[in-house]
Design a binder for this molecule. Structure first.
Ligand code: FAD
Length: 324
């Protein structure tokens, strides 16, 4: 699991002062002690010291530069569909990326980082452009999908991404192609940024191919039906908890070990898909973390396989780990 170390928490006074300055300089409202659970698909996560929702790229660029120049720890939040946020919450500034402009230029689709990937897939279909259908299966944003090189149904971001605009560590904004982004199976250089100082995807350009909208619509329907049949939709989850080990399937191993239904507090291993940990009974981030750890230990003991979490753990886990 990618683990972010605890960030320095802001005091109430600091958060108030910084929030006021962000409102005055950038025109973006902030809130203090904003509970983050409702911004994640797992429905867990404590408060952010300071929270802002940005609705366009002007605001995104301005707030990222503001945080950078003041060394203010920053966490970007897309749709929170790959995040396990600690019950203690997140220090510094959390920016919810809601910039959602999208346009079609010839055979390219250009989307802001906050556009839901599923929306990009339907806009492409309406324009008679194929290649992004797999995005319907991924309940994240364009920015989160680039960060993860997300993929499904034999498609993945690097297969259709021409370039992503990225605010680099030095503050410059560059267009990077999948090679420059170091994309591999669920892999991208952005995953390795230091906690609190992420590089930021502002937009992405996808190069697609013309196709009959009816044929694209049929593929979208197939993906919709497959998900309904195989995934515990409607129950809070973060999708696949573990990466597939090389040449194998994490879900198959967990299922074979009889771990479906195993429970820690309000979290359990889904009965429908063994690689989904679900928050089906009002569980906490700690319940999910402990359950994932149990599954990993059983798989290691019984099969000698080291599972690696796909879900990224962020926020302040010190207290939880001290009492683990
Ligand atoms: C039911 C379900 C099914 C899923 N199925 C799949 C699947 O089939 N395939 C798959 O690959 N994934 C799947 N996922 C996981 C998840 O949807 C993807 O990883 C998705 O790409 C995450 O996007 P997000 O916007 O939710 O990112 P978040 O969870 O909000 O954030 C994830 C990481 O990306 C970073 N980030 C977000 N926005 C930006 C940005 N603009 N710039 C830089 N970094 C950013 C965040 O800081 C964080 O570190 C599934 C999840 C669920 C809940």
């Amino acid at each position: 699991m990618t683990v972010e170390r605890a960030r320095t928490r802001l005091s109430e006074e600091e958060a108030l002062r910084i929030g006021t300055e962000i409102q005055r300089r950038i025109g973006v409202k902030t809130s203090r002690q904003e509970p983050l659970a409702r911004f994640t698909t797992l429905r867990v996560g404590g408060p952010a010291d300071l929270f802002a929702e940005i609705r366009n790229l002007f605001e995104l660029r301005a707030i990222v530069r503001y945080a950078r120049t003041r060394d203010l720890p920053l966490l970007l939040l897309g749709r929170g569909s790959n995040l396990l946020i600690s019950d203690a919450g997140v220090g510094g500034l959390v920016v919810h990326v809601r910039a959602q402009e999208v346009r079609v230029e010839g055979e390219s689709l250009v989307a802001d980082a906050g556009l839901p990937l599923a929306k990009a897939a339907t806009v492409a279909k309406e324009a008679g452009l194929a290649g992004l259908e797999f995005g319907l299966a991924i309940p994240g944003t364009v920015g989160g999908a680039v960060w993860a090189n997300a993929g499904a149904h034999l498609g993945e971001i690097r297969g259709v991404l021409a370039s992503a605009s990225v605010i680099r560590a030095d503050g410059s904004e560059e267009r990077l192609d999948p090679v420059a982004l170091g994309m591999g199976y669920r892999e991208c250089i952005l995953k390795h940024d230091p906690p609190g100082r992420p590089q930021v995807v502002t937009s992405a350009t996808f190069l697609l191919r013309p196709d009959d909208p009816a044929a694209i619509a049929a593929r979208l329907d197939e993906i919709r039906q497959w998900r309904q049949a195989h995934q515990p939709l409607g129950i809070p989850s973060a999708g696949s908890w573990f990466r597939n080990p090389p040449g194998d399937s994490a879900g198959r191993i967990i299922d074979e070990l009889g771990l479906k239904g195993r429970r820690v507090g309000g979290a359990s291993v889904s009965m429908k898909h063994a690689n989904f940990l679900v928050n089906d009974a009002g569980g906490s981030a700690a319940d999910l973390w402990r359950l994932g750890r149990e599954v990993r230990e059983i798989v290691r003991r019984e099969r000698g396989v080291e599972l690696v979490e796909e879900v990224v753990r962020v926020g302040d886990w010190d207290e939880m780990e001290a009492g683990a």
